[in-house]
Design a protein around this ligand. Structure first.
Ligand code: FES
Length: 165
């Protein structure tokens, strides 16, 4: 009788632990809103890929050798370097009123159809009305991966120097 009671109590305890864990676990929507890890080794050069983080489009453009060679100092300062690769990574929303600009590979530019704003391949404004360059999401470099949503030293330096909001 004692053993049977112990077994039932044990099953009950496990069931309550499972129920409690379910309560502690973040909702799926909260999980999705957290961190996104990108494997930076898979991106092709010169091609814009749009990822998603916290419901926002994230532009990822691995720069070609020609792009890297012609960069100005301000463009270099916006580079996210993972291993030997240089990337433009930005929140893909126009800093004017939040439309999603389209990338035009032949011009290496982004055009925002809403009010005609333009950005270059480094994310800088080349035609107003956008008031500033694309914002860069918080990121942390971990080997060949990039964790969006975490603040690493490279992102902190960009934020402190006013490269991104
Ligand atoms: S929202 Fe892009 S130019 Fe106005």
């Amino acid at each position: 009788m004692g053993k049977a009671f112990g077994a039932v109590a044990g099953v009950g305890a496990v069931a309550s632990l499972v129920a409690m864990k379910k309560t502690w676990d973040p909702l799926p929507s909260v999980k999705a809103a957290g961190f996104t890890t990108l494997d930076m080794s898979i991106y092709p050069e010169g091609q814009l890929i749009t990822e998603k983080w916290r419901g926002k489009p994230i532009f990822v453009l691995k720069k070609t050798a020609a792009m890297i060679a012609k960069q100005t100092e301000s463009q270099k300062a916006r580079d996210i370097v993972v291993g030997d690769s240089h990337f433009m990574i930005a929140i893909g929303l126009c800093t004017h009123l939040g439309c999603i600009p389209a990338y035009i590979p032949a011009e290496e530019s982004f055009l925002c159809a809403c009010h005609g704003g333009m950005f270059n391949w480094a994310g800088e404004v080349t035609k107003v009305p956008p008031p500033r360059a694309f914002d860069i999401p918080p990121f942390k470099i971990e080997g060949t991966s990039l964790v969006l949503g975490e603040v690493g030293p490279e992102y902190k330096a960009m934020k402190d120097s006013g490269i991104t909001l």
